[in-house]
Design a protein around this ligand. Structure first.
Ligand SMILES: NC(=O)c1ccc[n+]([C@@H]2O[C@H](COP(=O)([O-])OP(=O)(O)OC[C@H]3O[C@@H](n4cnc5c(N)ncnc54)[C@H](OP(=O)(O)O)[C@@H]3O)[C@@H](O)[C@H]2O)c1
Length: 294
């Protein structure tokens, strides 16, 4: 792949969805690395991405827009798909059209839920989309819209995110460890736990390297199950990982179907001569004191 030689260096960033779990770490990463770049950060109190005119006004004057705003309530989306669609698909489309009109480039953050989750080897970046949940359908539509309206864009799919600034599995395990003797966790869903700090740094690297436009998988290296992840969290907290007991997805029925296999491949990073994200297990050691400070 060739770099985007005809594009200009980013100096004016717009981060949309800055108060979310990833958004906060992205703004922090930009503060550390963007040097003299200007960073504007907004969330829906300032910019509701469902409003196309507001998107046009907000994007004006920026070179690069990172959309980390989303309707992320996966189970609620099953019964509120039109609301999820209005943010994840129409909102992404509004931003993409505004970027195209302003000559800005765009990063759209997406999800492993765009895949069926029934593979047996890592999903390639160009694997066909086949979402099984309402959330996945709306995020898949968002990817399509961004690519259609703003070809100068990067789609960054992530999964199993955790960080200091939002509810997530690491915090839940730390809380349950304090409340219960044992914790049952599903051992039949595979994925890649990903620290928001690692993903934020990777997004900044991607843009600053002027990587080829296209789709990238922003998940950690390696793989595990939720059970394996929970055991590792207990170990990092200095607790007996034997207190984590394996169970199956069937024992925890939820409105939205969960992908059994959400392992994503990382070839596009190598194709762009960039390092993929680090190993999930190494990052967890660094992340736990930050995510659940004691
Ligand atoms: N968390 C994960 O495990 C995971 C996995 C795969 C992919 N992703 C993707 O990663 C990205 C970041 O996820 P996250 O976990 O950081 O999400 P998050 O914590 O839920 O943050 C999303 C942000 O978007 C804002 N937002 C919602 N509707 C909006 C609208 N209409 N206009 C403007 N802003 C709006 C939310 O504001 P309110 O709080 O006021 O609603 C919130 O601040 C999303 O694209 C998500 O789909 C996340």
């Amino acid at each position: 792949m060739q770099p985007n030689r005809d594009t200009k260096t980013v100096s004016r960033w717009l981060v949309v969805g800055c108060d979310g779990m990833l958004g906060q770490d992205l703004v922090a990463a930009l503060g550390e690395s963007a040097g003299s770049d200007e960073v504007t950060a907004v969330d829906q109190d300032v910019l509701d991405i469902r409003d196309p005119d507001a998107c046009t006004a907000a994007v004006d004057g920026h070179d690069l827009v990172v959309n980390v705003a989303a309707y992320t309530a996966v189970d609620e989306a099953e019964s509120h798909e039109s609301q999820a669609f209005s943010v994840n698909a129409v909102g992404a489309a509004n931003l993409a059209r505004a970027c195209s009109a302003a000559g800005a480039r765009m990063v759209q953050v997406s999800t492993d839920y765009v895949f069926a989750g029934d593979a047996t080897s890592p999903y390639a970046e160009d694997a066909p989309l086949s979402p099984r949940s309402a959330y996945g359908r709306t995020k898949g539509a968002g990817e399509w819209a961004v690519q259609a309206y703003c070809p100068q864009s990067w789609i960054v799919r992530t999964a199993w995110l955790y960080g200091a600034n939002g509810p997530n599995f690491v915090k839940t395990m730390a809380r349950l460890a304090a409340e219960r003797d044992t914790v049952s966790v599903v051992d039949d869903q595979f994925g890649q736990p990903t620290w928001t700090v690692d993903l934020a740094a990777a997004i900044v690297r991607l843009v600053e390297a002027d990587a080829p436009f296209g789709t990238y998988h922003g998940t950690s290296a390696g793989q595990t199950t939720w059970f394996g992840f929970a055991q590792a969290i207990f170990a990092e907290l200095g607790l007996d990982s034997g207190r984590v007991k394996p169970t199956t997805t069937d024992a925890f029925p939820l409105p939205a179907p969960r992908p059994a296999y959400s392992v994503l491949g990382h070839e596009a990073w190598r194709g762009a001569a960039l390092d993929p994200l680090p190993s999930w297990r190494k990052s967890l050691t660094q992340a736990v004191p930050v995510v659940v400070p004691r």
